[in-house]
Structure formats: C-alpha cells, structure tokens
Design a protein around this ligand. Structure first.
Ligand SMILES: NC(=O)c1ccc[n+]([C@@H]2O[C@H](COP(=O)([O-])OP(=O)(O)OC[C@H]3O[C@@H](n4cnc5c(N)ncnc54)[C@H](OP(=O)(O)O)[C@@H]3O)[C@@H](O)[C@H]2O)c1
Length: 372
C-alpha cells in the first residue's frame, strides 16, 4: 500500500495520477481533510483516509499497512500571521507522520522539500550542499521547511529510510485549488494582469516534480535530499511563454520591484485583516523571492537518480489546457486540447476527476472510504 499525504493539493494530485498510470491504482491511499476542497481526488480509484497532520492518531490509522509513504502535504503561505498553524502542520505534522511510519514498519518515506530551505548564492546556482542560512530574512513557511528537513534527518538516523525531494515553484495541470502560479496564469488569460515586476525564480514542471518523487522513492539514499527543478525562468520569459500559449498579449508595464515591495508591505497586512479570503498575488515575501533570482543546481538528481527535466513551455501548456477543459478560463483567445501526461494503464478507463464535486469528502470509485 502507498500513502500519499496532500493528495488533493497540486503536487499530490499529479503524483496520485502518475501512480495510477503506473498501475498502482488499487494500492493507493490518500490522506485528506473532509472540510477542504478535495475535487482533485474525485472519481479516482483510490482509498481515502480522513486525517490531519496535527493529529498523530489519525496518521497512525492512515499509515497502517503502508510500505511506502509520499508526504506532500504542507501548509504553504507567503503571508504573515499564521505562524502557529504553519509550524504545527509542517514541522509537528512531519514529525507525527515519520513517527507513525516508523511504528507501522513502513519501508521508505519521500518528503516534499522546498527550495526555500536551501541557502542562496549570489554568484552561482545553489545545490543541496548550501545550508539554509537562518540569519537572512525568511518567511515562516521557509523556516518550517528547513525544520522539516531536520525531522527527516532525525527519522533517517533512527532507522526509517527517509529522502527529501526538494521542489521549486510548481507549474502544471491538475491544479484544483488553484495555486498561486495557476491563478496568475488564469488572471493572465483573462487579461487581468496589467503589469508585472521583473525578477525570476527556479521553476519545476508538475510532471518533473512527480518524476523526482518517484525516482527518489526508487533510488534516493536515506538521509539525502535531491533538488528537482526544470529551469530558471525570468518573469520576462514567463510572460513570453504565457503569450505564446494563451494567445493573449503580454502586459506592457514592468513595475520597479522596490516600489512594489513598498506597496506590498503596506497593502498586505490591510488585505489580510479586511479581506482574509482574497488571494494576494504579490505579497512582500513573494516579491522578495522574485527579486532574489535564486537559481538551483539539480545536477545531483541527474547524476544519482537519472532525473531529466522536461520543459516549462510544456508545463504552462498543460496547465492552460487543463484550466480550459475545466472551464476556469472564459472566452479563451486560443484553444488547446488537454493531453493527460498520465494516461490510464492499458485496459483501464482514463482517470478523470468529476468537474465540480465542490467541498467536503471526496467519493471513491469502487473503494471504501477509511475514516481515521
Ligand atoms: N507549490 C509550490 O510551488 C511548491 C514549491 C516548493 C515546495 N513545495 C512543497 O511541495 C509540497 C506540495 O505542495 P503543493 O503545491 O501541492 O501544495 P498545495 O496545493 O497547497 O497542497 C497542500 C496539501 O497539503 C494539505 N495539508 C495542509 N495542511 C494539512 C494538515 N494539517 N493535515 C493534512 N493535510 C494538510 C492540503 O490540504 P487542505 O486542502 O486540507 O489544506 C493540501 O492537500 C509541499 O510540501 C510544499 O511545501 C511546493
């Protein structure tokens, strides 16, 4: 049995579909929270188990009988103000899960890491050897992802095979919530992105980060982390790719980053206070990350795991085509057919999430729902 935490999230939704395509359909169990948006899991031939990373007993029930565990769940936030929740979900939650996995006799755990937990070089791309620097300005989320790694090394030292697959900014299909990058693409296609700020970031295609997790499970050495990235993309390049994929002209204005950083520093706390449900695209943390221009070196994953990155153009095309087919982009300028990167195994029907199951517990096709 394979447990996937965060299966309704962007990475987890892709990973679960890849595992099904690889023929593991009947052996997958996904941890989910009943009150959340779980549309990504609707209609999939997998077992669901309700639980929360902060609740150790629910994880003990979830991991029972599982050999392999992919721990993709995390609370992601570039906003200030929910430090306790971020810490409890990410750090305490990972500690809980690794303990439960060890008790249950799981063979191996792959934990999704973050490039924000890798240190920064001004002169060259960072590899796994660059330590997180605790005295630089960092968001609570970034701190927790560094601490998550400590939990992983502790578990590895205690005898549980634990590997970290480090993700960069994910772009790709099956983005149900949708993610910050997904929302940016949707806004772009609706011509609601009048301007952007120059900068850049290391991106990873959803297909590549899934492949990185599978390879880490197959070949990764316990106590090691592997950076999985597709390539560094500047915002200028990203806008060009968006233009080519969507057929919508890119914004003409580039805003000075220091000015935007100042505006975001004032606006973000006000937005958080008065419009807590509204997504903030340019938070001070997000602007800082874009301005840093951090590049990743994924050479270790290439050498040790045989990882080969695909393309960001393909990742954006897949994301766009998937948003189109799910009706999230109205009056598109360009129509692109969705070609699922995780085709159904031979002789099995294609895996397809129902279009609008909404919130609440997902239904499982032909499999019992396990309540922890
Ligand atoms: N997205 C990126 O660009 C990026 C970059 C670097 C690293 N990563 C890492 O990659 C992993 C997956 O990210 P993602 O993009 O898939 O994030 P996501 O779309 O936000 O999904 C996160 C998943 O974790 C679940 N989760 C959060 N707190 C939980 C809790 N207390 N108990 C149980 N489940 C909980 C969420 O469920 P709910 O819906 O119930 O909250 C959701 O299903 C994370 O470890 C993240 O740190 C992502």
């Amino acid at each position: 049995m394979i447990l996937v935490t965060g299966g309704a999230g962007h990475l987890g939704a892709n990973l679960v579909r890849r595992l099904i395509a690889d023929g593991h359909g009947g052996d997958i169990r996904a941890l989910y929270r009943p009150a959340s948006d779980n549309r990504a899991l609707d209609g999939l031939p997998i077992e669901l188990v309700a639980g929360d990373l902060r609740d150790l007993e629910s994880l003990r029930a979830a991991v029972r009988g599982c050999d392999l565990v992919y721990h993709c769940a995390a609370k992601i936030s570039t906003l200030a103000g929910s430090e306790r929740e971020i810490f409890d979900c990410n750090v305490v939650g990972t500690r809980h899960l690794l303990l439960a996995a060890r008790e249950a006799g799981a063979k191996k755990v792959v934990v999704s890491g973050s490039f924000s937990a890798v240190g920064h070089h001004l002169s060259r791309p960072s590899d796994e050897s660059v330590p997180f620097y605790p005295f630089a300005l960092a968001m609570p989320y970034e701190w927790t992802k560094a601490l998550v790694e400590m939990e992983c090394w502790r578990a590895a030292a205690a005898g549980l095979e634990t590997v970290v697959a480090t993700s960069c900014a994910i772009m790709g299909p099956h983005d149900y919530k949708p993610s910050r990058m997904g929302e940016t693409l949707i806004a772009y296609a609706h011509r609601k992105l009048p301007a952007y700020i120059p900068g850049g970031f290391e991106f990873v295609s959803a297909r590549d980060i899934v492949e990185g997790h599978i390879l880490a499970m197959e070949k990764g050495r316990s106590g090691e982390k592997y950076i999985i990235s597709t390539r560094y993309v500047t915002l200028d390049e990203l806008m060009q790719i968006f233009q080519e994929v969507t057929g919508t002209p890119k914004p003409r204005f580039r805003l000075p980053p220091p000015l935007m950083a100042g505006i975001a520093a004032v606006a973000s706390p006000i937005m958080s206070r008065f419009f807590p449900r509204r997504t903030q695209r340019l938070t001070p943390g997000a602007i800082r990350l874009l301005r840093m221009g951090r590049r990743a070196d994924h050479g270790k994953a290439e050498r040790d795991l045989g990882f080969r990155p695909t393309s960001m153009e393909e990742a954006v095309t897949l994301a766009y085509a998937d948003f189109l087919r799910r009706g999230l982009i109205e009056r598109p300028r360009r129509s692109v057919a969705f070609v699922d990167p995780y085709p159904a195994p031979k002789g099995k029907p294609a895996v397809e999430a129902a279009p609008s199951a909404g919130q609440g517990p997902a239904k499982v096709n032909g499999a019992p729902e396990v309540q922890a």
